[in-house]
Design a binder for this molecule. Structure first.
Ligand code: NAD
Length: 474
């Protein structure tokens, strides 16, 4: 373990370019060891006021900078993040409990890639566009309140802060208290990159204590929230009362449809990988596997064999696939959902517990079978390493099952050809669909239908969320 270049025990917040001490701090636990590894400030509403005021003060000048100048600032930020890459990986493993392999790829390197992409969008985006006798001016919205969850803290931050800065907005970030430490290192990187004072501000605290003060603040122009659907509803309502826009990235319960002509083993194992990534704490995970009825038992065998082959344990080891869940509460909640499903007749094909792992919030990959698609375990977001498998008769039935939840965030289709898979994907009411295990595209818009949210992140559309239009006729 390398020595952190700055302490992970923080009780301060970054406002207007300087660190200010808070009256209180909350401990941060390593979910694998249950040791206290750091802390983060617990702010009150006065701190929210100060942070929004600092962001407001900086908004005018930053919003008027040339996009190319903002791109250069983002380039410097990328360089500063690369300087802290090893520590960011280490802190992410420590605070989220994710395996180091996944922390490197999905949390840190992808986040840095998103800042590089934001710099690119600042350079290439058409901030002015002609239509008929009008010129459309796309201006920065102003002050953005960014609220992030604990499951991919740095990635979620990057998906919001990168495009907001590229668009010319200023930011007040409030990360989740369970995993706030990477946001502190990010804040230090903004100082190292020489971002003007107040362009990026970091506050910290319980959402229940300061969330409403931030999302309902008259000085905030737009709220960008990623988190649970329940809190998202509240955030959207608060923003709406002030007639402010809220971009909401919420929960999911996504299906992976395996067509009869698909590469069956690749489809089933690929779905297990998705369901278990980040110990199942991924909003876009494919947590429902839909297979042709005549291959149901075979699917359960293949899925269970793959789930059992995944290594659960010390997230610091390169050989580990799954670390623990984020907290004791999260583990208890996940086990309670599984127990409820079992009480309703679910067959546990593999998981959730095994000897060992007395310390840490570990849950083994779990496969559930013999549930109706409308069972709560197949409807609600579990946010743990749990895959539910359903048989289907016709492809139309599979589509109906996939569309039959309140969510619409992601999904997968596996078939013998891309064209066949695309024909099925066209029928899915969801924000993203991956065909035959296609790679994640950080330039493609990401966001949800239905209870999965409002708005899109990533790509040029992600930047556009942070703009407002003036149409000038001549
Ligand atoms: P959460 O909703 O409990 O908290 C998210 C953030 O909101 C935290 O920073 C929290 O402090 C804050 N918050 C809580 N109450 C608030 C309030 N009243 N006002 C303002 N802010 C408040 O979610 P979580 O448990 O941190 O994260 C897990 C959830 O996030 C899952 O449901 C998951 O699906 C979702 N998620 C969605 C996406 C996506 O892009 N769609 C990505 C990652 C996670």
């Amino acid at each position: 373990m390398s020595t952190p270049t700055t302490s992970w025990f923080r009780d301060d917040v970054l406002i207007g370019g300087s660190w200010q001490q808070s009256a209180a701090a909350a401990n941060v636990e390593n979910p694998a060891t249950e040791e206290i590894i750091g802390s983060a400030a617990l702010c009150d509403e006065a701190v929210v006021d100060a942070a929004v005021a600092a962001a407001r003060k900086a908004a005018g000048a930053w919003g008027q900078t040339a996009p190319a100048e903002r791109a250069c600032a983002l380039d410097r930020l990328v360089a500063a993040l690369k300087d802290r890459r090893e520590e960011l990986i280490e802190v992410t493993v420590a605070e989220v409990g994710v395996s180091v392999v996944n922390a490197r790829a999905w949390h840190v390197d992808l986040a840095i890639e998103l800042f590089e992409a934001a710099a690119g969008h600042a350079r290439s985006y058409a901030f002015e566009e002609e239509t008929g006798n009008s010129v459309l001016l796309r201006k920065p919205v102003g002050v953005i309140a960014c609220i992030t969850p604990w499951n991919y803290p740095l990635y979620q931050l990057a998906a919001k802060v990168g495009p907001a800065l590229a668009a010319g907005c200023t930011v007040v970030l409030k990360p989740a208290l369970l995993a706030p430490l990477s946001s502190y290192i990010f804040a230090e990187a903004t100082l190292a990159a020489g971002l003007p004072d107040g362009v990026f501000n970091l506050i910290s605290g319980a959402g229940s204590a300061i969330g409403n003060a931030l999302t309902g603040h008259p000085g905030v122009d737009l709220v960008s929230f990623t988190g649970s659907t329940a809190v998202g509803r509240q955030v959207g309502a608060t923003a709406a009362r002030n007639l402010k826009r809220a971009c909401l990235e919420l929960g999911g319960k996504s299906s992976s449809i395996v067509a009869r002509d698909a590469d069956f083993a690749a489809a089933v194992t690929g779905t297990v990988e998705s369901a278990m990534l980040n110990s199942g704490q991924t909003c876009s995970a494919w947590t429902r596997l839909l297979v042709p009825a005549e291959r149901y038992e075979e699917a359960l065998e293949v899925a269970a064999a793959h789930a059992k082959s995944l290594v659960v344990g010390d997230p610091c080891l390169e050989t580990t696939d799954l670390g623990p869940l984020i907290s004791a509460t999260q583990k208890a909640d996940v086990l309670a959902v599984i127990a409820g499903a079992v009480a309703r007749g679910a067959r546990v094909v593999t998981g959730p517990t095994s000897p060992g792992n007395d310390v840490g919030h570990f849950v083994n990959p779990t496969i559930l079978a013999d549930l109706e698609p409308n069972d709560p375990a197949s409807q609600q977001e579990i946010f743990g390493p749990v895959l539910v498998v359903h048989p289907y008769d016709t492809e139309a039935d599979a589509v109906e099952i996939a569309n039959g939840t309140v969510y619409g965030l992601a999904g997968a289709v596996w078939a013998a050809s891309t064209e066949r898979a695309l024909a099925i994907a066209r029928q899915l009411d969801t924000g993203q669909v991956d065909l035959n295990g296609a790679a994640f595209n950080p330039q493609a818009p990401f966001g949800g239908w239905k209870d999965s949210g409002i708005g899109r992140e990533l790509g040029a559309l992600g930047l556009e969320e942070y703009t407002e239009i003036t149409a000038v006729q001549r």
